[in-house]
Design a protein around this ligand. Structure first.
Ligand code: HEM
Length: 135
């Protein structure tokens, strides 16, 4: 992890990991992040702190890369643990939310803007899960 600090890469929160709902993650968040973030040039590779497994892309077993088979429980749990490591309190400060959001809508610098504003349904789905359904 130290070499990531030297490279100035954002680090998963070092404070306690924010509690989040696994079943809602599988039903509501995985389907949003899979088509949006998971190509190998993006989060579909092991070099990203936010590494992400997805059907047809990056898999836990490299022999399964690009295969269409459903993710297994271990892959979904790994995604859940990595994604919630980018949650924070207050929830709007979560890198999971600020990175894909346009900077002029309150986002933080990121290689690409995924959501132009906080009113986009996918952003709202991420925010709803990230805030434990409170928002
Ligand atoms: C909703 C979709 C996305 C979310 C939630 C997201 C989230 C994040 C987060 C939390 C980080 C910091 C941790 C890390 O470095 O892995 C990050 C960085 C990064 N993401 Fe994404 N990302 C998304 C889409 C994308 C896409 C589509 C690409 C490729 C075009 C991408 C490429 C990168 C790269 C190269 C970095 C490291 C450099 C930087 O911080 O900009 N991401 N992203």
């Amino acid at each position: 992890m130290t070499w990531l600090l030297l490279l100035g890469c954002p680090q998963p929160s070092t404070t306690s990991v924010v509690d989040a709902d696994y079943d809602v993650f599988v039903d509501q968040v995985q389907p949003v992040l899979e088509p949006r973030c998971s190509t190998p040039a993006c989060h579909g590779n092991a070099s990203r702190p936010l590494e992400f497994y997805a059907v047809g892309w990056h898999r836990a077993d490299p022999d399964d890369d690009f295969l269409e088979g459903e993710l297994d429980e271990d892959e979904l749990v790994a995604n859940f643990d990595r994604v919630r490591a980018f949650l924070a309190r207050p929830v709007e400060d979560s890198l999971l939310l600020t990175k894909p959001l346009a900077e002029d809508a309150g986002g933080t610098p990121h290689v690409v803007t995924v959501y132009e504003d906080t009113g986009e349904p996918e952003y709202e789905a991420l925010l709803d899960w990230a805030s434990g359904g409170d928002e």
